[in-house]
Design a protein around this ligand. Structure first.
Ligand SMILES: O=C(O)[C@]1(O)C[C@H](CCCOc2ccccc2)[C@@H](O)[C@H](O)C1
Length: 151
């Protein structure tokens, strides 16, 4: 059974590449997804993706991942800094995840320095630009290789 990754992008990331290029770069979200899809194909991993501006939609999608997704790569957007519900969903489904941020949140406003997810993440990637998504997927693939045969 091929392994599967769910890539989640949170609120406002649909604007990627169209606003604030000095912070988030000029690559659009569709391009990020296309690159992730190509990368996963090369790794023989199935990729699913969702972007939503609504916390509950993301919580529901994480619930749906239980039993059919092996790893989650998530950029929670601003929900990083506010959402106990997102944390509870990720912990509740018991799917390993990596937290990705395009910007270096620790170099920005103080309110971005706190994450409700990081202490539960297998890894946290921030400040690599959109390369962080590629790094997160590669990390996930290696993580799953290491656990191969366990499920
Ligand atoms: O650096 C990241 O990836 C963030 O998760 C992005 C969030 C913002 C997502 C909105 O992305 C935009 C992209 C382009 C234009 C406007 C917003 C921000 O609230 C986090 O603190 C860090």
């Amino acid at each position: 059974m091929p392994k599967s990754i769910l890539l989640i992008n949170g609120p406002n990331l649909n604007l990627l590449g169209t606003r604030e290029p000095s912070v988030y770069g000029s690559t659009t979200l569709p391009t990020v997804i296309q690159s992730a899809s190509t990368q996963c194909s090369r790794l023989s991993i199935s990729l699913a993706h969702i972007q939503s501006n609504h916390e509950g939609v993301l919580v529901d999608r994480i619930h749906e991942a239980r039993g059919n997704i092996d790893f989650i790569v998530i950029n929670p957007g601003a929900l990083t800094h506010t959402s106990v519900a997102l944390r509870d969903a990720l912990v509740g489904v018991e799917i390993p995840f990596v937290e990705v941020h395009i910007s270096n949140i620790h170099k920005r406003e103080a309110f971005r320095h706190t994450s409700y997810l990081s202490d539960k993440a297998e890894a946290v990637i921030c400040g690599l630009g959109v390369f962080g998504y590629e790094a997160g997927i590669e990390f996930a693939a290696r993580y799953l290789e290491g656990k191969k045969g366990e499920k």
